[in-house]
Design a protein around this ligand. Sequence first.
Ligand SMILES: Cc1cc2nc3c(=O)[nH]c(=O)nc-3n(C[C@H](O)[C@H](O)[C@H](O)COP(=O)(O)OP(=O)(O)OC[C@H]3O[C@@H](n4cnc5c(N)ncnc54)[C@H](O)[C@@H]3O)c2cc1C
Length: 316
Amino acid sequence: MSEERILCYSEDIDLAGDLLRLARAAPGATGAKIHAVVLPGAPADAGDRLARAGAEAIHVVAGAANADPHVVAEMLRSLIAAVKPTVLLLASTKRGREVAGRLAGGLDLPAITGVTGLRFAANGIEVDRETLSGNAVSVERIPTRPAIVGVLPGTTGPAVAAASAERHDHALPAAPTPFCERTEVRAKPGGALEIEKSDRVVTIGRGLKKKEDLGIIEALAKAARADVGCTRPLAAEAGWLTDDHWIGLTGHRVHPKLYVAVGVSGAVQHLVGMRSSKIVVAVNSDPNAPIFAQADYGIVGDLYQIVPALTKALGG
Ligand SMILES: Cc1cc2nc3c(=O)[nH]c(=O)nc-3n(C[C@H](O)[C@H](O)[C@H](O)COP(=O)(O)OP(=O)(O)OC[C@H]3O[C@@H](n4cnc5c(N)ncnc54)[C@H](O)[C@@H]3O)c2cc1C
C-alpha cells in the first residue's frame, strides 16, 4: 500500500480539504501519500489550507486562471503524468463531473462519480453511492487502478493534524486552449447564499400557509444566527424562495451543526439533503410526520405559535 498515491483536486479549497480528510481516513489507504493540487486562480492561502487539511505534497501549477473544464482537465492531465497517482479524487460538483468525464475519456481510465464512501482493497477500490432517491446505498467496485473517483460534496473524514507539506511547482509546456469562454458572471436574484456551508439552518416547508408569513421564519433564523432553507415545493413550485435555499436530493446538501425543520414532513428526497446535520429539531403539527424519526428534539404543535415562541426564547 506504500505505493499508493492519492491526488486530490477541487476548485473549491474547502471541498479539496474534505477530499484530503476522506483520503486519509479511507480504510485500506494506510501508508498512501496524499497529494493536493493548486491550479491558477486559487486563493492565495490555498496551499496553507490544504496542508492544514493533511496534504503531504502540494502541486502548484503556474499559468493563467481558466474555469473551462477542458483547461482544468488538461492541467490535471499534465499533473497525472508527473505524479502518477493511483487514484485521482475530485469533488463531484458540476465542474468536477465534467473534468472526470474528460480525463476518463482522454486517459482511458475508469471513473465513478457521486461517491459517498471510499475503501481501498488489493483488488481495486470500493465505493458507496446513493440510489433509490437516497433511500439505499449501492456498493460498487472498480477492479483496477489508476482510477478517477468523484466524491459528493459533504463527504469527508475526521479532522487531521496539520502536515508539513512538500511544495512542487509545475509549469505547463503550453497553455491549453479553452473550448468554452465565460462571457459574463451575473449575480443570481436572492444573493450569494451558499447554504451547503451554513453552520445553522432553519428550513421551512409547506406547513407555511402563505409567502407573507416567511417573516416569522426569517426572524427565527436571525435569532438563531442561521440561514433559511426550504423544501422543494417552496422553491420550485411556489417560488417563495430562490433555488439557493432548496435542500434535498435535487437541491443542496447541508451539513450544519443545527438544523431546524419547520412544517417539513420529512420526505426521503428532503432527508437526503439534511441527514448529516448534527442536531435536528423538528416542529410539526402532525405527531406522525416522518421528520420526527430524524429529529433529536421534536415539538408537536402549530408553527404559527411555536416559531414566535422559539424566536422570543432566543432573544429575537
Ligand atoms: C424526483 C424527486 C426529487 C425531489 N427532490 C426534493 C428535494 O430536493 N427537496 C425536497 O424538499 N423535496 C424534494 N422532492 C419532493 C418531496 O417528495 C416532498 O414532496 C417534499 O419534500 C415535501 O415538502 P414539504 O415537507 O414542505 O411538504 P409536505 O410534505 O406537504 O409537508 C408539510 C408538513 O407541514 C406540516 N404542517 C402543516 N401545517 C402546519 C402547521 N401549522 N404547523 C406545523 N406543521 C404544519 C404537515 O403536518 C406536514 O408534515 C422531490 C420529489 C421527487 C419526486
